[in-house]
Ligand binder design. Structure first.
Ligand code: HEC
Length: 142
């Protein structure tokens, strides 16, 4: 009897800890949808590679910084008038998976639930360019 009480108490304490760890304030991590199945299993083939990050810097400065800002904070001049505005890519690379980033850069924001001016880069940038720019952001924007 006494013993099962302690087990129950331990379970309750543990679930309280887990719940508080998960419910950390409704940030964008919990609202980002899962990538569609065609993207879901992708991982960055050049993660952490310095040459990829270097090449990605050029891709970023040419195509992304006008909206997302030089350091990815969402403060680029062309982003200011947008609704929704570009968010903090530093948060995105910490919170989101390789697959999510590749999907969002490829397909952009012209669909639910985003409905944003984020361009679709598929067909404009090569897959290599996209992985390089992801590596640049993952290396420099954390
Ligand atoms: C015309 C302005 C514009 C340009 C240029 C642009 N973006 Fe975006 N981007 C946005 C906006 C606005 C959002 C926020 C709304 C959304 O998620 O669709 C966004 C969202 C994103 C997200 C999702 C962030 C998150 O927190 O989920 C990523 C990743 C991203 N952009 C990467 C890039 C990269 C990489 C480039 C360059 C190849 C780029 N963007 C160019 C406007 C832009």
């Amino acid at each position: 009897m006494k013993r099962s009480f302690f087990v129950l108490a331990a379970v309750l304490v543990l679930s309280a800890v887990l719940l508080s760890a998960c419910g950390g304030g409704g940030d964008s991590a919990s609202t980002r949808p899962e990538p569609p199945s065609t993207y879901a299993s992708l991982t960055n083939p050049v993660a952490g590679k310095a040459e990829a990050a270097d090449a990605g810097k050029t891709v970023y400065e040419t195509n992304c910084s006008s909206c997302h800002g030089a350091t990815g904070k969402g403060d680029g001049p062309a982003g200011a008038a947008l609704d929704p505005k570009p968010g903090d890519l530093g948060k995105a690379v910490v919170e989101a998976s390789d697959a999510y980033l590749f999907w969002r850069i490829s397909d952009g924001g012209g669909m639910d639930p985003f409905n944003s001016s984020m361009p679709a880069w598929k067909g404009i940038l090569s897959e290599t360019d996209i992985w390089n720019v992801i590596t640049y952001m993952q290396t420099n924007f954390k």
